[in-house]
Design a protein around this ligand. Structure first.
Ligand code: ATP
Ligand code: MG
Length: 286
């Protein structure tokens, strides 16, 4: 049987959709009817295992899977011997401490001698140690946010993205312990063939991620302002400039970073650019 790279991804939950989408955007198609435990790619030497996110670092450490996609929070809490190969830019969240909204909280000394409920005892323990605070960590496996309300703990440490869950439970965020996003992890020792497949996958992931942040822009520019317009559009090397059928005008093509996008558009309009089209890029190879 030919060598396949075995990847573990979350079987359902917050990372599932983005993990599958990333693989699909990398041009990897799966056999019909993902059976939710294991599937094979049709056009790439890859096998996918669908697991609970908590178990993914262990599977990769044990070489049951070669690579995995999981939140950094899980990796550092589980403390497994895996290597982080690549940040993936989704599943962003933070591990934060929260207390009741009416509590007087000025600094982390508040936590001295208190009880903190969390599913992340290791990360919380490290934080308390760094701050030289003695507090009791009460490990629970879920629904952490209700702990203060039912008298189980004085504070909680939990994952937050928008903060709406905390708000709905009458809590306020007071300290951030850790910032996390989804990452690609790998077993420290991969066979030669697996290593080569991983390189191919990483090449595609980087092209997809780069493209997600970049837009292709086309516009019409009056020739007298071409120099100014070109200076606003650095492009991959430099913008493409083609003459329009109408004398005195050119068509300019380039790429722009999503973060600078609106600011550049404003300046382009001021410089006389017209008919500005902005289109998504699927893959970007530099
Ligand atoms: P599983 O059944 O696989 O164990 P789970 O309930 O532990 O799932 P999810 O809630 O699906 O996990 O979250 C998976 C990951 O998504 C988290 O470990 C974290 O890295 C990331 N994440 C991003 N935003 C949030 C958030 N607001 N709350 C919780 N996790 C978040
Ligand atoms: Mg989990």
């Amino acid at each position: 049987m030919p060598t396949r790279l075995r990847i573990a991804i979350q079987k359902s939950g917050r990372l599932y959709d983005d993990s599958l989408k990333l693989l699909k955007d990398c041009g990897i198609d799966f056999k019909n009817g993902i059976n939710k435990l294991k599937t094979e790619a049709d056009n790439f030497p890859m096998e996918v295992f669908f697991l609970r996110d908590d178990d993914i670092p262990q599977y990769v450490e044990d070489a049951v899977a070669d690579i995995g996609i999981v939140g950094e929070n899980v990796i550092y809490e589980k403390n497994k011997k895996v290597i982080v190969s690549e940040k993936l830019g989704f599943g962003k969240c933070r591990l934060s401490i929260a207390v009741g909204r009416s509590e007087q909280y000025t600094d982390c000394q508040y936590l001295e001698g208190r009880k903190i409920a969390t599913t992340y005892p290791l990360l919380v323990g490290k934080f308390l140690q760094e701050k030289k605070i003695r507090a009791e960590i009460h490990e629970i496996s879920g629904s952490v946010e209700i702990a203060p309300g039912i008298g189980l703990a004085d504070a909680i440490a939990d994952l937050v993205s928008s903060g709406s869950t905390l708000f709905m439970n009458g809590l306020k965020e007071v300290e951030t312990i850790f910032h996390s996003e989804a990452v690609l992890i790998r077993h420290p020792l991969l066979g030669n063939e697996q290593q080569q497949i991983l390189e191919k996958l990483l090449f595609r992931i980087r092209a997809v991620r780069k493209a997600r942040h970049t837009k292709y822009i086309l516009l019409n520019a009056p020739n007298e302002n071409l120099r100014e317009i070109i200076s606003l559009l650095p492009g991959m090397k430099s913008p493409t400039v083609l003459p329009l059928a109408e004398p005195g005008w050119s068509s300019v093509h380039s790429v722009v970073n999503e973060d600078d996008f609106w600011e550049i558009i404003e300046k382009l309009k001021l410089a006389g650019a017209q008919g500005i089209l902005v289109v998504p890029i699927e893959k970007m190879i530099l």
